[in-house]
Ligand binder design. Structure first.
Ligand code: VGL
Ligand code: ZN
Length: 213
């Protein structure tokens, strides 16, 4: 372990999409996805401020393969805003799959940010939808609250964590991704590509031991 990092009052832990559909047995299960829950709970206890995100799609969302005749999950299509991977139906608003994992400590969270609610556009990032320009409002919230550093954990490393990390850095926050508190889908090398993109954006990958020390 390198230097410990003690969370400060101006730090926020941003927990991405720890929802049933991304856990084993869910509609878009991330391998070992539920393994992050106990660790995220321990991390959350160290932070004065925690924000959770929730992937929150209406039925028939355009990121679902079922909304594209002749296409299967995990294929890519061209959307008006660019390439989009198609997914199994997942995190449909108000369904059990969209609920947080039952063991995730949610009580202390100061904000629950829902994303992906526009029928025609997906939103991997907690900051911008997949057109990379429509804001979720999170930048304004975090700035108004005076946060300077964003620590990231959750699911999935190579999609929603990845895009959130890149955008956090692009929005001028110091961004630290707690790697062992994330799990990846890893479609066709997407994890390696995500790590490269996060590093390129200036996000730092750290181990949870540095925060828990
Ligand atoms: C996610 C694919 C589709 C994620 C959300 O949370 O990483 N991935 N929707
Ligand atoms: Zn989604």
């Amino acid at each position: 372990m390198t230097q410990p990092i003690a969370p400060e009052a101006s730090d926020v832990l941003l927990v991405i999409d720890v929802q049933n559909d991304f856990c084993p047995g869910g509609a878009l299960a991330v391998p070992d996805g539920d393994a992050v829950v106990p660790l995220i709970n321990r991390l959350a206890a160290r932070f004065a401020h925690v924000v959770l995100t929730q992937d929150w799609h209406p039925p028939g969302h355009r990121s679902f393969a079922s909304a594209h005749a002749g296409h299967a999950p995990f294929e890519a299509v061209e959307m008006p805003y660019g390439p989009q991977t198609l997914w199994p139906d997942h995190c449909v608003q108000d369904t059990p799959g969209a609920a947080f994992h039952k063991d995730l400590a949610t009580t202390g969270a100061e904000l629950i940010l829902r994303k992906g609610f526009r029928p025609e556009i997906d939103s991997y990032s907690a900051f911008f939808e997949n057109d990379r320009t429509t804001p979720t409002g999170l930048t304004g919230y975090l700035r108004t609250r005076g946060f300077g550093r964003v620590f990231l954990a959750g699911l999935a490393t190579d999609f929603c964590v990845h895009f959130s990390a890149v955008d956090a850095a692009r929005e001028g926050f110091a961004c630290l991704v707690i790697e062992d508190a994330c799990r990846a889908i890893d479609l066709d090398g997407s994890l390696a590509a995500a790590k490269a993109a996060m590093a390129q954006a200036g996000a730092e990958m750290i181990g949870s031991a540095r925060v828990l020390a």
